[in-house]
Design a protein around this ligand. Structure first.
Ligand SMILES: Nc1ncnc2c1ncn2[C@@H]1O[C@H](COP(=O)(O)OP(=O)(O)O)[C@@H](O)[C@H]1O
Ligand SMILES: [Mg+2]
Length: 230
């Protein structure tokens, strides 16, 4: 599904060059559940943002279904992003003034879902993450785990082929984090490809494959023992 070839990301701070990613080759097949680990500053978020087309490589190629998307215009990239990807962040990133159901309706509006269908679909998505009792709560009225479940429902709104999650359990208590990972695991069993960045070895055990980054490069890439391959 995805192939990165010699992807680098370089930042300049004054005269100083920072290689956040250094010539990364990475292939991700449909149905994978990939965990990315590595020390702070090793390039995990940079890699995830490039995979999700939130950021562009400085060098190298990104093939999505054999199309080099580094050659696309910004408007076309936005379309690719909306059609293919769902994002989950450590701090949930919900709109604070919108209720749970309204938050999930936002990407449906962008995708052009008819107004009368949005609420019904949003409620259905919230129910799928066991949030059917919290439709009209604001983010501040929800626990961290509940906010993250709303964020997952929102990420699922446009039926993504790939879910990208940057430390999705980083702000959660262990039991709430496990609930989030079980939801992601179930989505993966139903065919959604998942890439997750985590600091936590326990969280990485949910994945079927583990990539370790060090200094912007892949230090290790292994399929987990006993992991099933799609
Ligand atoms: N916008 C930026 N400008 C300058 N340097 C950056 C920027 N974003 C990230 N970096 C640097 O790139 C490296 C990798 O960052 P990041 O991908 O956020 O690491 P991680 O998520 O593994 O902690 C770090 O050294 C970081 O300081
Ligand atoms: Mg990070």
């Amino acid at each position: 599904m995805i192939r990165l070839e010699k992807v680098s990301k370089v930042y300049f701070m004054g005269d100083v060059e920072i290689r956040a990613l250094d010539s990364v080759d990475l292939e991700i097949a449909r149905g994978e559940f990939l965990s990315i680990m590595g020390p702070s500053g090793s390039g995990k978020s940079t890699l995830l943002n490039i995979l999700g087309v939130l950021d562009k490589p400085s060098e190298g190629s990104y093939f999505l279904e054999d199309v080099d998307i580094t050659l696309l215009k910004d408007r076309e990239l936005a379309k690719v992003r909306n059609q293919h990807f769902g994002f989950i962040f450590q701090s949930y990133n919900l709109f604070p003034e919108l209720t749970a159901v309204e938050n999930v309706m936002v990407p449906l509006a962008y995708a052009g879902t008819p107004r009368r269908e949005r609420r019904e679909r949003a409620e259905h998505l919230l129910a799928s993450v066991d949030m059917d009792h919290r439709f009209n709560h604001l983010p501040t009225q929800l626990s961290g785990g509940e906010q993250q479940r709303v964020a997952i429902a929102r990420a699922l709104a446009n039926d993504p082929t790939l879910i990208l999650a940057d430390e999705p359990t980083g702000n959660l208590a262990t039991d709430q984090g496990a609930e989030i990972m079980e939801i992601l695991q179930k989505l993966n069993e139903n065919g959604t490809t998942i890439v997750i960045v985590t600091h936590d070895p326990a969280i990485s055990t949910y994945g079927k494959r583990l990539v370790r980054l060090r200094d912007g490069a892949i230090a290790n890439d292994e399929v987990k023992e006993g992991a099933r391959h799609a």
